[in-house]
Design a protein around this ligand. Structure first.
Ligand SMILES: *Cc1c(COP(=O)(O)O)cnc(C)c1O
Length: 380
């Protein structure tokens, strides 16, 4: 089964194998392995260990997005949050429910965040202390220029929080160059090609020290987790997802062996194979090529009477490929992830399977009953 959902992703057999044992989280060997995983995450972010810390948090990515907002934006504080899509909307809600004021900046569904618009909004409203960005907006597939936007925030004296969950490890990130960034949020189970259950925040040490008492939650207080890491022989604060972290240690070794640029090139090749293949099936991608990021491709739902996303997903699953049975765009689409431990040859086979699965759906259709047309050449 190849997961194309996108995230949790398909993992290497060696990564899965690391989970097949029991781990004692406060055992000295595990404490050391735990610290090594955090160091390794820090290296992926190109962070300076004396300036940054990688903090692990059990759970999903949204827990860590909330933790970053609570820790760095004080209660009642205001953050500018460009409305790039479904994941930015979630970030805005997490902030609002935590008593922070997320001020949306409108962004078109098929647009990158405009640097001038961010600069103007920050200049207009000095009470906006933070800028919160989604690096790869999984809802649409568009990647935003986080380094450039973070430089603009820096020039205007503002702090930056980045939801890099679907980007981290593939898209460029050099934290030594981005002093305005307080926090970068990531999980084990996207471009790092690990398993779900562990989230991380790479954060500035000085910002963490200044953030004590902000969170209003012990569970989600990164400043408290940070303080814990400063103890000698520090391990996890509370019970961690130990098998997931052990698997991530293996995934990170494979990551450093491959290198970020090669990984991005592989995902880009997956995306192009998919994008072209979808076109050859007579389907229309949601984004024009110039806006299409390498992480996830949304495809417009075929304009055919027999289209049914769940039936398509079921038909494709019978052929060995799993897609999400929901979408995050305004118009109906289906989304296909390009990330995980596989390459363009497997994506080509996945596209063939999509063509065949479309054929499966059409079989249930009354032939010519609607007098309409069936827009896909059935190549299977
Ligand atoms: C996957 C993802 C998240 C986190 O999702 P969880 O289900 O909470 O792990 C957050 N932001 C983006 C952009 C994502 O792609």
């Amino acid at each position: 089964m190849l997961l194309l959902i996108p995230g949790p992703v398909t993992t290497d057999a060696r990564v899965k194998a690391a989970m097949a044992q029991d781990y004692a989280p406060w055992d000295n060997d595990f404490r050391q392995a735990y610290r090594q995983v955090c160091d390794s995450v820090l290296r992926v972010a190109q962070a300076a260990p004396d300036e940054h810390a990688a903090l692990a948090l059990p759970g999903c990515g949204h827990f860590a997005v909330e933790a970053a907002i609570r820790t760095f934006v004080p209660q009642g504080g205001r953050l500018l949050a460009p409305s790039t899509g479904a994941y930015a909307a979630r970030l805005q809600r997490l902030a609002a429910d935590a008593g922070r004021i997320a001020v949306p900046l409108p962004v078109g569904a098929a647009e990158r965040v405009a640097p001038q618009a961010v600069a103007a909004a920050l200049e207009r409203d000095p009470s906006l202390t933070h800028l919160a960005l989604v690096y790869s907006e999984t809802g649409s597939g568009i990647c935003h220029d986080v380094p450039e936007l973070a430089r603009i925030a820096h020039a205007l004296g503002r702090r930056v929080i980045v939801d890099a969950v679907s980007a981290f490890g593939a898209l460029p990130l050099d934290l030594r160059d981005l002093p305005a960034v307080d926090a970068v949020v990531l999980t084990a189970n996207k471009c790092l090609e690990g398993l779900p259950g562990a989230a991380f925040v790479v954060a500035r040490r000085d910002s963490l020290e200044a953030a004590r008492g902000n969170a209003g939650s012990w569970s989600l207080d990164l400043a408290d987790i940070y303080e814990h890491t400063l103890q000698p022989n520090a391990g996890p604060r509370f019970t961690p997802p130990a098998p997931t972290l052990a698997a991530l240690a293996v995934a990170l070794d494979l990551y450093h062996e491959e290198g970020r640029e090669a990984r991005l090139a592989r995902y880009t090749a997956n995306m192009r194979t998919l994008y072209d293949g979808i076109g050859a099936l007579g389907l229309v991608p949601y984004l024009p090529p110039a806006l299409q990021g390498p992480i996830v491709v949304n495809v417009r739902a075929p304009d055919a009477p027999t289209w049914n996303l769940q039936l398509f997903v079921d038909a494709l699953k019978r052929r060995g490929y799993v897609l999400s049975n929901f979408y995050n765009t305004e118009q109906p689409t289906f989304r296909v992830g390009c990330i995980g431990a596989f390459g363009p040859d497997q994506m080509r086979q996945a596209v063939d399977a999509m063509g065949a699965a479309l054929g499966d759906i059409s079989i249930t259709r009354e032939p010519a009953a609607s007098g309409g047309f069936f827009p896909f050449p059935l190549t299977a």
